[in-house]
Design a protein around this ligand. Structure first.
Ligand SMILES: [Cu+2]
Length: 153
């Protein structure tokens, strides 16, 4: 069953007379920062510089998936990856990771904070987002598996 996921391609242009910005669709990171003080509304691009090809795709940052003001948000663990790997939720949201792999995985904060037990296939781990902040996490069994939970608000 498909779920709607708001993948924000850049926290777009609220305020500021930004009508002049032509979409340069390089796709984006949503900043988890709380919006107030970013002074500049437009950054002039030096036109003499060659644009970096939009597909230099060893992208270190996965695009953020914004799921604000929801009671429950699900993260799949599938093919040795968290999906979505970079998730932004509001305080109070219940985040549920479910392992869909046949290998066990954990959901473990990089710094202390939370950790699941090894999740077998079909098992879930639930966390209620309380503190605001950015919480990188990984799987202790497969340390190359990384995700980030951002609690924004
Ligand atoms: Cu794992």
């Amino acid at each position: 069953m498909t779920r709607l996921m708001l993948v924000l391609a850049a926290v777009a242009v609220i305020g500021a007379g930004a009508a002049a910005i032509a979409g340069c669709g390089s796709g984006g990171q949503a900043t988890a920062a709380g919006s107030t003080a970013t002074g500049q509304s437009s950054m002039p691009m030096p036109s003499s510089m060659p644009m970096p090809a939009a597909g230099t795709s060893a992208a270190s940052k996965a695009p953020a998936t914004l799921e604000l003001h929801r009671s429950v948000v699900h993260v799949k663990i599938v093919n040795f990856a968290f999906e979505p790997s970079h998730l932004i939720v509001s305080p109070g949201t219940r985040v549920v990771w479910t392992n869909e792999d046949s290998d066990p995985h954990t959901v473990t904060a990089d710094s202390a904070g939370f950790s699941s037990q090894a999740l077998d296939t079909g098992s879930s781990y639930t966390l209620v987002a309380k503190r605001s902040g950015s919480f990188p996490y990984h799987c202790t069994i497969h340390p190359f598996m990384h995700g980030t939970l951002v609690v924004q608000g």
